[in-house]
Design a binder for this molecule. Structure first.
Ligand code: ARG
Length: 553
């Protein structure tokens, strides 16, 4: 029995659940939901698990129930300590459990090390979770137009949601739904014939198409003939004129090629590059149906949704866009409902707020690449000015990874729906709650392993990790699954962000006091295991957020 418990933390909780279920005469399902790891506190030692008495009694039929505190005390009195539970106490509306220290230490560390990138995801919190087919639509820029901050946010948020869903075992399809049809292509077609350059288009399509688009818009405002020929060009496109379509296709293909290159720098990929153009014919069918019901509007999105259902048979479809489009999606979902598609309720809009004031040296953000270049050059500058910066094999790449971490953490810290004022200085602070700090912590932990790693890889002595700092770290590691669970429920990355920041603060403090150099081998080995576990969980969490951890900086 004890052996089993040692090998799986999940079972340790389960053991607690079983025991409680027996003594308190309550179904285990209720208990699992009511037991959680206790968040660590700066000021005091805390217990390991708590049973929330209120949530436990929510399902009970006893309406005459007395005060929670009285209930907690009464229930706690029925429980006894044993080999697993070493202390039972009551808190505010809770019964608290302290687990046998040796068992806690061994279980948590072994679990982290054995589960590797799956740590936290194998938890019983997710065990009943059915595997779903999930479509996530995100990024979705418009060809030849600005790639603005809203698209950037959609990109990193959508990527996070897709990563998280995938990590939880769902089958995820990532769709980039391009703005690749409409009058803008009439203008672009005409504009390109007037002031386009084939070489520029080939070498720098996004930039060149944007320039042509800006120019032709200006000219069309003064020159009726240009506006007219733009209309004609678009009409040719709509009628399927081969030449016009070939030019449109070239614009689209070259743009996607370049997008892909840039998304790669971000560590983002898509399974499908779709777009409004896909539905120009399908919309016709939908149109007829809508016409018959007196509903004409939103047809392209309707056609796209119906097509995706046919193609992917999704259980959930998530649209990630700025909150300005909230109404639009509400209407789209409603119309699907009216059209008789009851799967409309599987569609979900994840809205996010507006970022003000993100500027690069070239001015307002126009291209994703500008943001990436800005991040890289600012970070390179920062790194050059910091004394502790290491010699790096590829400083450009490291700067980009650290800078992106900074950007993502800044963006994910608050509620996605909140607007915020952007500041490069705040993003790149190396102290405090920033992505730079997470990367720095990860790199330091990595170098600890590199310096002292070999020779300590065998068993560790749990007795060497009983100081309050080590215990706090273990308790914090214990909560990772609950944090993942929260983020997966509300699709907000901030729970994971604040968890990782706390983990990094704990690691930074421990790094100062739990020395490895000059410690007896047994102590050094145990600490190294602890640090290795921290690094592993830190890396897992960072990757979920879309950050590539660096090993040196
Ligand atoms: N391309 C649109 C824009 O830039 C976003 C598309 C959102 N997705 C959708 N299915 N309508 O605003």
């Amino acid at each position: 029995m004890t052996r089993n418990i040692v090998f799986s933390f999940a079972k340790a909780v389960f053991f607690l659940v079983k025991k409680l279920s027996r003594v308190l005469d309550l179904p285990p399902e209720n208990l699992i939901k009511s037991i959680s790891a206790v968040p660590i506190s700066r000021n005091e030692e805390v217990a390991d698990f708590q049973l929330c008495v209120n949530s436990l009694l929510e399902n009970s039929n006893d309406h005459s129930r007395p005060d929670v505190q009285v209930q907690a005390t009464r229930l706690a009195e029925k429980l006894k300590c044993d080999r697993v539970v070493s202390e039972i106490s009551t808190g505010r509306g809770t019964i608290n459990f302290k687990i046998n220290r040796e068992l806690l230490t061994k279980t948590v560390l072994q679990q982290v090390i054995n589960d590797g990138s799956k740590y936290g995801l194998k938890s019983e919190l997710f065990s009943g979770l059915p595997q779903k087919k999930i479509v996530v639509e995100f990024s979705s820029p418009n060809v030849a137009k600005k790639f603005h901050v809203g698209h950037l946010r959609s990109t990193i948020i959508g990527n996070f949601i897709a990563n998280l869903k995938e990590a939880l075992g769902h089958q995820v399809t990532r769709i980039n739904y391009l703005g690749d049809w409409g009058m803008q292509f009439g203008l672009l077609g005409t504009g390109f014939q007037l002031f386009g350059y084939e070489e520029k288009l080939q070498s720098n399509p996004l930039q060149h198409l944007f320039e042509v688009y800006v120019q032709v818009n200006k000219e069309a405002a003064d020159d009726k003939n240009i506006a007219k020929s733009a209309h004609e060009f678009f009409q040719r496109l709509e009628l399927g004129d081969t030449q016009a379509l070939a030019l449109w296709q070239k614009f689209r293909d070259l743009s996607i090629e370049e997008y892909m290159r840039i998304y790669k720098r971000l560590g983002v990929h898509f399974d499908e590059y779709s777009g409004e153009s896909f539905y120009r014919e399908k919309s016709q069918e939908v149109l007829k149906l809508l016409d018959s019901k007196g509903l004409l509007q939103k047809t392209v999105d309707l056609a796209a949704a119906i097509d995706r259902m046919d193609k992917y048979n999704f259980d959930t479809m998530i649209y990630v866009t700025d909150k300005g489009q909230k109404k639009h999606f509400q209407q789209v979902f409603q119309m699907l409902q009216i059209m008789g598609y009851d799967w409309a309720e599987r569609c979900q809009h994840v809205p996010f707020g507006v970022v003000q004031g993100m500027k690069t040296r070239r001015g307002n953000v126009t291209f994703l690449e500008d943001v990436l270049n800005e991040i890289r050059s600012r970070m390179l500058q920062n790194m050059a000015s910091i004394k502790t910066t290491k010699e790096l094999e590829n400083p450009q790449q490291t700067a980009e990874r650290v800078g992106l971490a900074a950007l993502i953490i800044q963006d994910f810290k608050g509620l996605l729906l909140s607007d915020y004022q952007f500041s490069w200085d705040r993003v790149f602070q190396s102290r405090g709650d920033t992505g730079v700090f997470l990367q720095y912590t990860h790199a330091r932990l990595h170098s600890l392993e590199e310096t002292f790693g070999c020779g300590y890889l065998n068993d560790f002595n749990t007795a060497c990790l009983q100081d309050p700092q080590s215990i706090s770290i273990l308790q914090h590691l214990l909560r990772f699954d609950e944090v993942l669970c929260r983020s997966s429920q509300d699709l907000q990355p901030r729970h994971i962000v604040s968890y990782l920041l706390t983990l990094s603060h704990l690691a930074a403090m421990a790094h100062k006091t739990l020395l490895i150099r000059n410690s007896p081998p047994e102590v050094a080995g145990a600490r190294l295991h602890l640090f290795r576990a921290v690094r592993s969980v830190l890396a897992n969490g960072m990757k979920l957020l879309g950050i590539t951890p660096v090993c040196r900086m």
